[in-house]
Each structure stands twice: as structure tokens, then as C-alpha cells.
Design a protein around this ligand. Sequence first.
Ligand SMILES: Cc1ncc(C[n+]2csc(CCOP(=O)(O)OP(=O)(O)O)c2C)c(N)n1
Ligand code: SF4
Ligand SMILES: [Mg+2]
Length: 351
Amino acid sequence: MTYLAKPRLHHPSLTPNALGYTRRDYEGSVSTLCAGCGHDSISSAIIQACYELDLPPHRLAKLSGIGCSSKTPDYFLGNSHGFNTVHGRMPSVLTGANMANRELIYLGVSGDGDSASIGFGQFAHAIRRGVNMTYIVENNGVYGLTKGQFSATSDKGSKSKKGVVNHDSAIDLVSVALQLGATFVARSFSGDKAQLVPLIKAALSHKGAAFIDTISPCVQFNNHSGSTKSYDYVREHNESVNKLDMVLARQPINVDYAPGSTVQVTQHDGSVLSLHKLAEHYDPTDRIAAMGYLAQRQAAGEIVTGLLYVDPAAHDLHEALDTVDVPLNSLTEKELTPGQAALDRINAGLR
Ligand SMILES: Cc1ncc(C[n+]2csc(CCOP(=O)(O)OP(=O)(O)O)c2C)c(N)n1
Ligand code: SF4
Ligand SMILES: [Mg+2]
């Protein structure tokens, strides 16, 4: 048996959401990850976010690659569509699924090895194309599943569990996502649920490529004193740029305006992101400034977290390609074979 199903018991005190589902309905099977693994906390944040957003589980599609992180979709959203793809290939499968059926909500879950090493090209192209998805990297700086080798996000100078020093420069996926044109870019920490849950809710409501780099300590191989992805290191160097509240479009929207300290960002679906500034002068709608700020704080040894950039008027790949408004499998023979006159018109347009 490769997984353990959870008993279908609902505690009577669990509160149902607007759809009548409890948090339990968004869970998956029992996790087989190491006790204390950051990835389990991210699964829990995903469950909480989907429950709070009242998302119908059958409208979600979760996709992943290979790795401990990529195993996690088995541990949440047990009633949603799922596809555990090949190592580093999740982005292209997600892009294809999204092109075929634009009505589902796409959640890509990956690891730093999966996205910054073998799948770096796949990651880059899905982001630059603006695929409408939430893309979460569970970033522990190692290949956890294959026993702790450095990944491409391991910081230069950081040490392995056995004391080996990493001499290669790290790829910072947040900086790469900003440079490639992602329209929602955030970084968080698996140990900070108060920050992570609203970020996931906002990303799931965003139309376009939403990327969340989540530092997620690997307790087995990368939670020691020489690591820059350990619980202690991240807690000591975490610098949050803002505190996020997410107000759903279907609720009456009354947000508190605190002049000079709160930014309101309305997304395409009408939901409002209320960002309370913690870092002075930080503007999450200025992409170039965000890139400069990140580089500056990184040089000072800080790990910047929070919503780093959002473009509220983002466009996605379907708009760029001007695709039909409905899933491809709902097209009838009449639409798929419009006849000789339509073909003649197309041919004439190409001459
Ligand atoms: C094509 C291919 N190459 C290599 C592997 C071996 N492999 C499996 S998981 C993995 C790395 C996983 O690291 P990461 O994505 O960071 O996930 P983590 O386990 O750390 O969560 C590797 C190299 C594989 N399964 N397939
Ligand atoms: S090996 Fe590391 S990443 Fe994998 S389950 Fe254990 S703690 Fe998590
Ligand atoms: Mg990893």
C-alpha cells in the first residue's frame, strides 16, 4: 500500500464553509513525510486557504513533479483532480491542461530541485507565458527525496549536513520570476501560516502566473547550523515587507484605510488585497523597485518575505492566444468543423 487513507469521520464541531464543506473535505491521505518536514505545514496552509475560499474541490487541479514536495498533493485536496508528472515537467503538463480546460483552477506544487535544477527551463517558460496558475515551490535547498544533495537554490557558502561547503551561486526563484514577468510574486516560510494562508488565497484568486517561493526546512538533511534554509536561520533573518489581508469579492468590501501604511490592490475578480506596509516605502505594484529592494536586502543577509509584486491588471495566456471562452472538450462537431466557407476565409487571410 503506497498511501494511508484517512478515516471519513467528521468531528461534529467542525464548521462548514459556504458550500457546506468542512476543512476535513479539503484534506488528502495521511502524510508519509518525516515528522516536522516544512512541506506538511504548506499542505496544511493550502487546505486552509481552499476551505476559506469556499472552493468546490472538483474545480481544482493539482499538479506536481517528483520529490518529497511533489508527493504532497496526495496529502491535500483528496477530492480534486491530480497529476503527479515526471521530475521537472509539471509546468508543461499544467500548461497543456490549462489550455484544454480553462475552467479549472490550477495549482502547481514543486520542489527547488524540481523547478530550479532539472525543471528550470520548464519553470521559466510557464511563468513567462503567463499561464493562469498558482505555482508553489517548497524550497528546502536540497534534494530531500534523494537524500540531501545541494540543489540550485542552496546558498553559496552554506554547508551540507556532513559539513561540505556549497561553492555554486544560488538561483533565487523570486528574482527570476520577477524578471520573467510573473504578475504575482511572493515569498513565505512554511512556519508562518499567518502569512502563507492569505498569500495562497490571493494567488488562487489571481488571474495570471502567481508564484510563491516557500522556504520549507528539510528536517532530515538541511536543518543544521550551516544551513540557510533551517527553521532557526529563517526565523532569525526573515524580513517581512507587508502584512496581507484578503477580502473576497462576494463579501461586502469594507477595508480599513490607514493612510501611509496600507495599500489596497483590487484583483480582476473584485477581491481586494489589503497590504499593510511593514517596510517603509515598499510598493508591491512596482516591479523594478521590487527587484532592487530584493537585491539590496539579500546583500544585507535578509530573507525578504510577503507579497513582493502584484499586477492587478494581469493578462493570462488564454488572452494572449485569444482562445475560445469554453473548455475544448465542450466544443461540438459544428464548432470544430465550421465548413468549407470558413476554411476558404482562413486560407484567404493567409495569402
Ligand atoms: C528524470 C529524473 N532525474 C532524477 C530523478 C531523481 N530525483 C528524484 S526526486 C529528486 C530531487 C527532488 O528534489 P526537490 O525537487 O527539491 O524535492 P524535495 O524532495 O527536496 O522536496 C531527484 C534528483 C528522477 N526521479 N527523475
Ligand atoms: S527528507 Fe526532508 S524534504 Fe523529505 S520528507 Fe524528510 S524532511 Fe521532508
Ligand atoms: Mg528540495
